[in-house]
Write a protein that binds this ligand. Structure first.
Ligand SMILES: *Cc1c(COP(=O)(O)O)cnc(C)c1O
Length: 358
C-alpha cells in the first residue's frame, strides 16, 4: 500500500531529541527560542514567530490576541478542517461561513464581501492543500470594510502569493506542525505576527505572565516543549527540499493523469501541495475504494462534510461550491517519500479508475 501521507523522521531528529533529553531542559526554553527565530527567518521573511503546542492553539491565541470575542463575527470557509471555525467559536465569537472558489478551493472574495455585517471583525482564509488564497482581493474586501485578516496557513509552509510568503499578510497567521503537514514537530504550531498582538500571544501562551508569578492576563498553558522544537528545527532544514519534491511530483501528475479534474494553480500562486487533490465527478467514494483495494494506493477525502453542516455547528446554508467540493474531492499521495515507481503506480491506478468509471 502506498500511504496517503508519511511523516519522515530520521536519525537527525532522533539525535536532536536525545540532545535535549540529555540537558534535562525539557519544557519551553532555548530550543524553542531558536526554532522560532529560524522558522521566522526561513518561512515568513523574518516576521516574529511564536511557537505553541498545536496549530489549533495558535489560531485560538491569535484570535484572542487580536481582540476577537463575544458579539464579533469572523468570516471563514466551510470547506476546511474544523479547527478553523472551532477556534473562532472558542473565543465566544461567531464563525460566519462563506463559499469557496471553484478553482483554488479557497475563500471566494466576493462571497466574503456578501457575508459582511456590522459585527464582522475579521476574515480567516485557509490556504487549503498548500494553495494560497487570493490575498490581493481578500485584502481589498478587508480594507473596504475595515476588517482584520487572519491566515490559516496550517497546510501551506513556504507557499507564496505574488512572490510574498503566506503567513506575512494577516494580523496573525498560524502554521500547524502536526505529523502529516509539510513539516512536523510531533504536535505543534507557529504563530506569525508582530507588535502588541505578538506580545499578547506570548502572554496567553504562558498563563498571561511574562514576569514569573506576576500574571497580567488570564491565559493558558499552550507552550511548546524543547523536545518538540528540536524535532521541528531539524525538519525546517529539510523543508525546501521536500517542498520541491512535492512540486515535482505534482508536475508529473499534471502531465500524466487523465479523465479527472486536476488542481489548477492561480496566476501568482506558488502551491506547495500539502495535498494533490483531484475532482472525481462520478461516484467519488467508489473511486477511492477501488484505488485503495484494487490498486494499493492510499487516498483521502479532505473534507467530506462542510463545517457548517457538522453536528457541532448544525447550520443549513446555500454554499454550492463548498457542497460540490465535498462531493468530488479526492487527495492522492504526493508526499516527498514517493519513489518514481510509486508515482507511476499512482498515475496508472488513477487513470484506470477514471477509465473504468467513464
Ligand atoms: C491541521 C489543521 C489545523 C489545526 O492544526 P493542528 O496542529 O492539528 O491543531 C487547522 N486548520 C487546518 C486547515 C489544518 O489543516
Amino acid at each position: 500500500m502506498i500511504p496517503a501521507a508519511k511523516p519522515i523522521i530520521g536519525d537527525e531528529e532522533r539525535a536532536a531529541v536525545d540532545r535535549v533529553l540529555a540537558t534535562g531542559q525539557l519544557a519551553q526554553g532555548t530550543e524553542v527560542a531558536a526554532f522560532e527565530q529560524e522558522f521566522g527567518d526561513q518561512v515568513v521573511g523574518g516576521r516574529t514567530c511564536i511557537a505553541v503546542n498545536s496549530g489549533t492553539s495558535g489560531q485560538h491565541l491569535g484570535l484572542l490576541a487580536a481582540g476577537i470575542g463575544p458579539g464579533d463575527e469572523v468570516i471563514v470557509p466551510s470547506f476546511t478542517f474544523a479547527a478553523t471555525a472551532n477556534s473562532v467559536a472558542l473565543t465566544g465569537a461567531t464563525p460566519v461561513f462563506a463559499d469557496i472558489e471553484a478553482g483554488s478551493f479557497c475563500l471566494d472574495p466576493a462571497a466574503v464581501e456578501a457575508a459582511v455585517t456590522p459585527r464582522t471583525k475579521g476574515v480567516m482564509p485557509v490556504h487549503l492543500y498548500g494553495h494560497p488564497a487570493d490575498m490581493t482581493r481578500l485584502q481589498e474586501v478587508a480594507d473596504r470594510h475595515g476588517l482584520m485578516v487572519f491566515e490559516d496557513a496550517a497546510q501551506a509552509h513556504a507557499a507564496s502569493w505574488q512572490g510574498r510568503p503566506v503567513g506575512s499578510f494577516g494580523t496573525f497567521a498560524m502554521f500547524s506542525l502536526y505529523p502529516t503537514k509539510n513539516m512536523t514537530s510531533g504536535e505543534g504550531g507557529m504563530v506569525a505576527c508582530e507588535g502588541d498582538v505578538a506580545r499578547r500571544v506570548r502572554l496567553l501562551r504562558n498563563q498571561g505572565m511574562e514576569k514569573q508569578y506576576e500574571n497580567e492576563l488570564v491565559g493558558l498553558n499552550n507552550r511548546m516543549t524543547n523536545i518538540h522544537a528540536a524535532i521541528g528545527r531539524v525538519q525546517l532544514t529539510k523543508l525546501a527540499g521536500w517542498t520541491k519534491q512535492r512540486q515535482d511530483n505534482a508536475r508529473f501528475f499534471d502531465e500524466s493523469i487523465e479523465g479527472v479534474g486536476l488542481p489548477p494553480v492561480a496566476d501568482g500562486a506558488t502551491h506547495v501541495y500539502h495535498q494533490y487533490t483531484i475532482r472525481v465527478p462520478g461516484d467519488r467514494d467508489r473511486f477511492a475504494q477501488a484505488l485503495r483495494e484494487e490498486h494499493g494506493v492510499g487516498c483521502g477525502v479532505y473534507y467530506p462534510i462542510p463545517n457548517h453542516r457538522l453536528p457541532s455547528f448544525g447550520l443549513e446554508l446555500d454554499l454550492p461550491e463548498t457542497e460540490r467540493a465535498a462531493r468530488e474531492v479526492l487527495s492522492i499521495p504526493v508526499h516527498p517519500s514517493l519513489s518514481q515507481d510509486d508515482l507511476e503506480t499512482v498515475v496508472a491506478a488513477v487513470n484506470a479508475c477514471a477509465k473504468a468509471g467513464a
